[in-house]
Ligand binder design. Structure first.
Ligand SMILES: [Zn+2]
Length: 82
């Protein structure tokens, strides 16, 4: 009887497959965020960057991104030294 070895091999492949596909958790193996619209949570000024946020209502995950400073007085050439 060699069948059990095949069975074990197949089971191993299945386990590895699930582990790779569902690496983000057992409850939500493939969750695609349904992002809402970006909402400004911090208004940018000429000296400070602002911030906006969007939320996935399904899982409550939040994502933020910076808003560029208001263009008025452009003095920051220091960043280009890097
Ligand atoms: Zn989500």
């Amino acid at each position: 009887m060699k069948n059990w070895k095949v069975f074990v091999f197949m089971a191993l492949i299945a386990v590895i497959g699930f582990a790779v596909v569902g690496c983000k958790g057992k409850d939500e193996p493939v969750h695609v965020h349904q992002w809402g619209d970006w909402t400004v949570t911090k208004e940018p000024t000429t000296t400070e960057e602002g911030e906006e946020t969007r939320t996935c209502p399904t899982c409550g995950e939040k994502e933020t991104r910076p808003i560029d400073k208001l263009e008025e007085q452009i003095i920051d050439t220091t960043y280009e030294l890097i």
